[in-house]
Design a protein around this ligand. Sequence first.
Ligand SMILES: Cc1cc2nc3c(=O)[nH]c(=O)nc-3n(C[C@H](O)[C@H](O)[C@H](O)COP(=O)(O)OP(=O)(O)OC[C@H]3O[C@@H](n4cnc5c(N)ncnc54)[C@H](O)[C@@H]3O)c2cc1C
Length: 416
Amino acid sequence: MSDQVVVVGGGIVGLSCALHARRAGHDVTVVDVGDVRQRASFGNAGVIATCEYLPIATPALLKAIPQMLFASDSPLKLRWSYLPALAPWLIRFLAASAPGKVDRAAEALKSLLSLSVSEHRRLARDADAGNLLRDVGWIKAYESEKAYSDLEAERRYLAERGVAMSALSADELNDLLPGLRNIFRKGTLYSDCIQVTDPGAYVARTQDACANAGVRFVSEKAKGFELTDGKVTGVRTADRHVAGTKFVIAAGAWSKVLAMQLGERVYLDTERGYHAMLKTGNRTLLRAPLLWHEKSVVLSQQLQGLRITSSVEFAGLDAPPRYETLDRTVAAIQQIAPELQGPIESRWLGFRPSTPDSLPVIGRAGKHPNCFMAFGHGHLGLTLGPVTGHLIAQAIAGQPTTVDLQPFSPSRFAHS
Ligand SMILES: Cc1cc2nc3c(=O)[nH]c(=O)nc-3n(C[C@H](O)[C@H](O)[C@H](O)COP(=O)(O)OP(=O)(O)OC[C@H]3O[C@@H](n4cnc5c(N)ncnc54)[C@H](O)[C@@H]3O)c2cc1C
């Protein structure tokens, strides 16, 4: 039976839900505020990071956090005035780092990540965006041998779970990073990862594919839901009521308020992140996206130039951007990239929608069975958006889902 599906949020996750639901024969409307730069999907590093099975909260990270919070050049920033608001999330983040929980989260992430490349290939075909995908892998590089060997146990953990990786020598890194001075001693190539060379264009083409398939768009902010006899029957904006029979909340970092209106208590906050774009002319500085481990910065050669993404900042959705750390990071990169001396072309602040256990929220709402949640993909939203879209469309149709959705259930927070 076909439904009237209303999706709130038009980032990679919401659009993927809309496209899959439309393919399944439903009448679909996307309600999105319509500011493309507000989407985290717009300015990310473009890494389809299929190797990132490990959740963010691990025992090793917990040990490093105190020092990271106080170092002036740290990539982790907390605006202390935001601490009271963050505390409930933070407590659950600390609890999520217990070893048994890390293993369970890793298994759950693996179940999604193993589908992500095939879902992207399908999306790229449908959205005529195949030319924006590159099979180049993802490099993690280390200036010090010690930093590399300190992560041996982590690499073994991933290798035992099937992540493809190969060690890189200093010479091999030099070949893969032709525009950078040879400061890296060791590295790892995660060869199954792929790259999106312009995430903004990729999402725009996904939106075009939705529109071509007959998805309607309402460019307004969703303020809440209409209920009739206790059942959700519409989404309310300033000017209208968008009627539907099934609803999906996919509003990225802004989803918590909407979920709360449906009685769902979810722990969602934002790990704010920044990017800077610099022109590279016709020169290829990197043959694959690179994580410079010591600086916790990602460099990604995009169609428009080099994208440098940096920082995790806890300061909520409303605090103005602070670009100082980003600018310092760019200066450090310019020291190892002789040809990258031009000014920063543009800076951007984006909002990763993050849960304390690093697992997205995917599934049916507990109190309103005609509503579904699809948010909280944190550092992996571009990677996982198309997978989530497919799973949500299966859940809407009442079909068995390809992946067990229990670990991602919205109700998991009720007992935490
Ligand atoms: C610096 C940085 C680098 C990153 N790098 C990577 C990477 O390399 N690989 C990767 O996989 N992920 C990466 N990510 C994470 C990824 O970008 C996000 O997880 C992902 O984009 C989230 O997608 P989304 O669709 O859930 O949310 P969004 O893209 O934020 O979309 C949510 C949409 O909902 C709209 N909205 C919100 N509230 C309402 C409302 N009330 N009514 C109507 N519309 C509403 C918003 O305007 C927005 O358009 C990165 C993120 C950052 C910040």
